[in-house]
Design a protein around this ligand. Structure first.
Ligand code: BEZ
Ligand code: FE
Length: 309
């Protein structure tokens, strides 16, 4: 069948009717967005001459993604979560907000309510044979002021790339902690070095990535939510230099400013002082928070935390 069988006017008319634009009532915002989405979708179908089989296969894929609770994986995989971050960056620039630590995606694997402690925490339960890890840093404001009492909520994968709660193999809240910064604005976490996450082998997301000739892997990373009264909530991560997938993260989470070089510590005194019995890796990740101000785009986002298949 040839492409471009329809006129723009026909598709416009149909999309407007289907989204209720021609009627009163309903939700104006929903109508507006539905109309634009439908019009563009009709255009793509017509331009690409999408067959009936292709269309229904696409609907089946979306249905299966929903059944698997996988949209949280697929959305970053097609760069939409990163796109939302880029838009927020621009909106902040316009509002005159600058100088804070860069944000990057939250991803779908956060679990709220991790144990809270002051100053420092041990994140792993001692069963992971991975490389011991110290993550430390200081939280400051954009003017360089120390922020004591900030909550650093951090989470990461284990040495196999799995997340507690999601992989069903780890103790609850393993590798998930909230640390309140001390009077110097500092936090310190003892843990094990994570491995990168890969989408489940049979997931719709991996299938979609492979159909696009892409892999479905993330480089190793550590996630952060950082919050403090009067400051804008920060959602970010850091990655490690040298990671195989650093610059091809399937979820578009890597940002150059958030790449950290792990220091390998082999000195016996330092190992003992850190509370380990073997050499360890150390990452320093300082955070700069920006002040909340009226009229600025929100960074505290209500979001259901969906668990991947
Ligand atoms: C993650 O943070 O590990 C993640 C982010 C996006 C998609 C899948 C996993
Ligand atoms: Fe992650």
């Amino acid at each position: 069948m040839p492409a471009n069988l329809m006129t723009k006017a026909q598709m416009k008319e149909l999309a407007e009717e289907a989204s209720g634009l021609k009627q009163s009532g309903g939700d104006a915002r929903v109508k507006e967005i539905a109309n634009r989405l439908l019009y563009r979708l009709m255009q793509v179908i017509d331009e690409c001459d999408v067959s009936m089989e292709e269309f229904w296969a696409g609907i089946g894929f979306i249905a299966q993604t929903g059944k698997n609770n996988e949209f949280g994986l697929l959305v970053p995989g097609v760069a939409l979560e990163h796109f939302l971050d880029l838009r927020l960056d621009e909106a902040e620039k316009k509002a005159g907000i600058k100088g804070g630590t860069l944000r990057t995606i939250e991803g779908p694997l956060y679990v709220a309510g991790a144990p809270l402690s002051k100053g420092e925490a041990r994140m792993d339960d001692g069963t992971d044979p991975g490389e011991p890890f110290v993550i430390e840093g200081q939280v400051r404001g954009e003017d360089g002021n120390i922020i004591a009492g900030a909550i650093v909520d951090l989470w990461h994968a284990n040495s196999k790339g799995g997340y507690s709660f999601i992989d069903g193999e780890q103790a609850p809240y393993n590798l998930r902690r909230r640390i309140e910064t001390d009077e110097k604005g500092r936090y310190l976490a003892r843990s094990i070095v994570p491995n990168g996450y890969g989408c489940p082998p049979l997931s719709c997301t991996r299938k979609a990535m492979n159909l696009m000739g892409r892999h479905a892997e993330r480089p190793a990373h550590v996630h952060f939510f950082v919050s403090a009264p009067g400051y804008r909530k920060l959602t970010t991560q850091f990655n490690f230099t040298g990671d195989k997938y650093l610059y091809t993260d399937f979820a578009f989470g890597t940002r150059e400013e958030l790449v950290v070089t792990l220091e390998r510590v082999t000195d016996a005194n330092e190992i003992r002082n850190a509370g380990f019995n073997r050499p360890f890796a150390r990452a320093t990740f300082d955070v700069v928070m920006t002040k909340e101000r009226a009229g600025a785009p929100k960074t505290e986002v209500a979001r259901e935390h969906v668990i991947a298949a």
